[in-house]
Design a protein around this ligand. Sequence first.
Ligand code: NAP
Length: 292
Amino acid sequence: MTNPIPLGVLGYPAGHILSPVLHNKAAEVLGLNYHYLAYEVHPDFLEEAVRGAQAMGFRGLTITIPHKVAVAKLMDELSEDARLMGAVNTIVFEEDGNLVGHNTDGIGWLRFLEETTGEHPRGKKCLVLGAGGAARAIAVKIAQCGAAHLDIRNRTYDKALELAQFVEKSVPSSKVNGGGLDDLYSVADGCEIIVNTTSLGMWGDAERMATTPIPENAIPEDCICSDAVYIPPDTEFLKAARRAGSQIVRGTGWLVYQAAAAWKMWTGVDMPTDIVMEVLNQSLELRLGGES
Ligand code: NAP
């Protein structure tokens, strides 16, 4: 067998990154000769790492925290999503030497939302909690989808306002408000989709893991609640949403579907998402060590 075609992810730090598990499982199941590794790259060496991967015959790269915005400047071309989001999470090394930057966070989230609930943000009142990198991708995607209204709420008020303005500029037809976390009861009232993109609920800190980004009794009945956090898969927010009578959309699905979109660009083949989801859940169980 010839050497595998290299794929990888660049992040800083990189020890916690789960995407090798997903992509290597896909390669194994499909019998394709790709191998995917995680690389810890300091921001000062990002350009060298990208050029080096291209020189070594990589087919593509995943780009994660903190490089998603900085790497966009190194691309020869950007997909529409990457341009509108101002961030790249997937690079394709084209045969003609071009570096094409994509962003699969929004489309991965949307596909999983549609598959899980049969619903779409078009015409809906939506609320995004958080204003960091994940919020940027989701807020732009919700706006592109033609939501009736979008609110972005964040602990740091100014960042929510900045993101709201950014989204309205990227998608001129959109109506977006930004603000703090103080009046979530009135903001959430009548919402049909709520997406948590804060790190509240995430494993690694007991207090953070026990916290929801919105009070349980502010979650409207019959709402769709989606979490970016995937460890644990059932966050306190999703548990509260279920008790409130909402449908839930797990962060694990979002993670797998954004990876599946990148995998298809690199290999031309669909990722076997059911099997990959199973292996992700097994890895998370091991990492949680029975705490979930
Ligand atoms: P980020 O850019 O660092 O943003 C973090 C966000 O969380 C900010 O809005 C921050 O608010 C907020 N936050 C942090 N601590 C908080 C607290 N104690 N109270 C209230 N808000 C708090 O990170 P990111 O890249 O957006 O990622 C956010 C989460 O999404 C992470 O858990 C990440 O693993 C997850 N994620 C998942 C996927 C997926 O595929 N499922 C994809 C992307 C990200 P301030 O602005 O006030 O600091």
